[in-house]
Design a protein around this ligand. Structure first.
Ligand SMILES: *Cc1c(COP(=O)(O)O)cnc(C)c1O
Length: 410
């Protein structure tokens, strides 16, 4: 690299070093394989492909068409879907396309509230979904901190939404997708499920698959699915045309074909038996970590986890989520602060942190490694201002992680 690009390369090198030397416990992050990285940097980055296979607006599409078809086939086979659209730039535009395919601006929608685990794109006020549509938000039950399906049904019967949009970024319990289908049917709504976080677990058979029940299933491809940053949408054949039209030309121009090449590779990796093991190991690690934290005096929202993540209520340790997240980062444990349902504290200083196991599981950590991590976390929560504790923990984390390779071949 020449002198000027050395400036950028130095930053990339430092990021590579950072990622390897800390416990990355943000549940939406992962580590892609060497092959996924290579495909992202492939010559497809140079090529425009507006449109769909055999219906493009530029010439020179022979390889784009083959690549996009292969990727869609792999997606449909892996999830048991009738139709796939792999062009969404990311999860948020994928959700926008789902709304556009099923309803009109001003229509009523029901989504899960943010503090209950919903995403911004599920009808939050400052997001397009809360602006363009008449958004109503359902919350988890105050006592159980879980979705109470009778409450959801009563709510939907009252609101009569055109679309019931269910998915989460921090709800640790498996959804009952069959029941959600029933609810949608009872109130004449379409059902969209957003499995951005759990897509990889679904493929691995470690989490229920909503594809048989939902009209449209949206997801990101870079979380547990362990592919490139991007979005993907599956749907029933009856919605295929409207959905494709919503993605292009409704929202986007040309798809990122290098991202699609990388997605094809990630879907190939996800079809291997080793990915099944990976998905189940993620869940085992999360369950064990939750147990170990409870044994050390912390409370897990909803009482535990069925998936890769958990929200930890920190109030027993007299520290707020923001202070904890900052202290943990100094100690080599990277997570994010997170509200708990009905959080009595303000959003900037909520009562919880969110922890996930996808990245550390990719590195090869197993259940038996979780008690050690719980010790480190609790040590920091009990002394967030003690620089010696933070430095000492960071050094131990760094040393420990030297035993776990950062790259993999899927
Ligand atoms: C991450 C996420 C998204 C958004 O994905 P981006 O790629 O960040 O736009 C949407 N929905 C859910 C449930 C998510 O977790």
């Amino acid at each position: 690299m020449n002198e000027i690009d050395r400036e950028v390369q130095n930053i990339i090198d430092r990021e590579w070093e950072r990622q390897q030397s800390v416990l990355r416990m943000i549940p939406s992050e992962n580590i892609v394989s060497d092959n996924v990285l290579k495909a992202l940097g492939s010559c497809f980055v140079n090529k425009y492909a507006e449109g769909y296979p055999e219906k493009r607006y530029y010439q020179g599409q022979v390889n784009n068409d083959a690549l996009e078809r292969l990727t869609c086939e792999r997606a449909c086979r892996l999830f048991g879907a009738e139709h796939a659209n792999v062009q969404s730039y990311s999860g948020s535009p994928a959700n926008m396309a789902a709304y556009m395919a099923l309803c009109q601006p001003g229509d009523r929608i029901v989504g899960l509230g943010l503090n209950s685990g919903g995403h911004l794109t599920h009808g939050w006020k400052v997001n397009f979904s809360g602006n363009l549509y008449e958004s109503h938000q359902v919350e988890v039950n105050r006592d159980t901190e879980r979705l109470d399906y009778d409450e959801v049904e009563a709510f939907c019967k009252e609101v009569k939404p055109k679309v019931l949009f269910i998915g989460t970024t921090s709800y640790s319990r498996a959804f009952d997708f069959a029941r959600l289908r029933e609810i949608a049917d009872h109130c004449g709504a379409y059902l969209v499920t957003d499995i951005a976080h759990v897509a990889g677990l679904v493929v691995a058979g470690a989490y229920p698959n909503p594809v048989p029940y939902a009209d449209i299933v949206t997801m990101t491809t870079h979380k547990t699915l362990r592919g490139p940053r991007g979005g993907m949408i599956l749907c029933r054949q009856e919605h295929a045309k409207a959905l494709d039209r919503a993605v292009f030309p409704g929202i986007q121009g040309g798809p990122h074909m290098n991202q699609i090449a990388a997605l094809a590779i990630a879907l190939g990796e996800a079809a291997k038996p080793s990915f099944k093991e990976y998905g189940h190991q993620i869940v085992k690690n999360a369950a064990r970590l939750a147990d170990e934290l409870v044994q050390r005096g912390l409370r897990i929202v909803s009482g535990g986890t069925d998936c890769h993540l958990m929200v930890v209520d920190l109030r027993a340790k007299n520290v707020d989520g923001k202070t904890a997240a900052i202290a943990l980062e100094k100690a080599g444990i990277v997570c994010n602060f997170n509200a708990i349902p009905y959080d009595p504290n303000p959003p900037r200083h909520p009562s919880g942190i969110r922890l996930g196991t996808p990245s550390i599981t990719t590195r090869g950590l197993k259940e038996n490694d979780m008690p050690r991590i719980a010790d480190w976390i609790v040590g920091v929560l009990e002394a967030p201002d003690d620089q010696a504790v933070l430095d000492n923990t960071a050094a131990q984390v760094r040393e420990f992680l030297k035993g776990f390779p950062y790259h993999h071949n899927g």
